[in-house]
Design a protein around this ligand. Sequence first.
Ligand SMILES: [Zn+2]
Length: 85
Amino acid sequence: MGTIRDVRVDAVPGIVVQRWRSTEDGLFLRARGQPDEVRLVCVCGRSHWIVRERFGDGTASLLVTCHTCGTRGSFLMEGVTLPTP
Ligand SMILES: [Zn+2]
């Protein structure tokens, strides 16, 4: 394991998420064009999120809500298998 790289939720507009995983240490995102996973950190400094995937119009989104302060973010996802209708 290398050093964890933290990114703030309000500092990463437009990233495209390819994979995500939620762990005891927080929510980790693998974004397009990034060599390593990053940990998503809230403006309140915490990194635990309620995560929801939303599918529609041929696109997939990752919606996150901070467990602690309720700050929200959303990211496009790619490479995700859409559920069959
Ligand atoms: Zn927060």
